[in-house]
Design a protein around this ligand. Sequence first.
Ligand code: GTP
Ligand code: MG
Length: 238
Amino acid sequence: SMNIKKITTGSRNLDELLGGGIETKTITELFGEFGSGKTQICHQLSVNVQLPEDKGGLEGKAVYIDTEGTFRWERIEQMARGVGLDPDEVMKNIYWIRAINSHHQIAIVDKLFTMVKNDNIKLVVVDSVTSHFRAEFPGRENLAMRQQLLNRHLHQLMRLADIFNVAVVITNQVMARPDVFYGDPTQAVGGHVLGHAPGVRVYLKKSRGNKRIARVVDAPHLPEGETVFAITEWGIRD
Ligand code: GTP
Ligand code: MG
């Protein structure tokens, strides 16, 4: 569609892999093992969405739904300095919301329809989208219920992205299983949650030191392949 816009990740490599950056009107799922960089990318996008359009932003605000308590204002300050924005201004333009359980998480997203309508919000992050659901509905015996609730939640997020032209970024921790991954990425333990729903799935993997590998999975409109980015003192870079 004509008014789809993109937010830079801070890494040219990663932007290129994504066809220019993280898209509005779309859910982007970042999935990968612990420490693979999901939360760091979410922090960086919450800063970068505030950049002017010629610098890869949307001059908009961010909502950060934090389910694991891993959001850090200090990291936002560092990243703001890293892109030359005033940290105090940047922090004012991020609405941090701690979701205490899956019910709360769902209720927050329902409330966002009014909030986004009346404010210049251009990014909604849910980090992580799955942790409460996994904790509250554990094991195979609860899988059907968990999936049903998650699917409804994802559907709400998709509507939000579509109606208000915002980017929605969700994270999902999976166990690393390179053996299976290279054969069929969706078979990584836990798998990605978007299934065949519309959206972009990005698999993240640890590499040497601060390097990370990203691969877009199951996206017919994007080129195959993977790329490398880094998590630096100033944020996400090549
Ligand atoms: P889980 O939530 O546990 O599944 O992991 P994640 O994928 O969200 O990983 P996260 O984005 O938290 O990445 C953690 C890694 O980012 C750390 O191991 C560090 O390498 C790096 N990192 C986090 N904070 C900083 C920081 O302030 N400075 C630098 N240079 N690197 C950082
Ligand atoms: Mg995280």
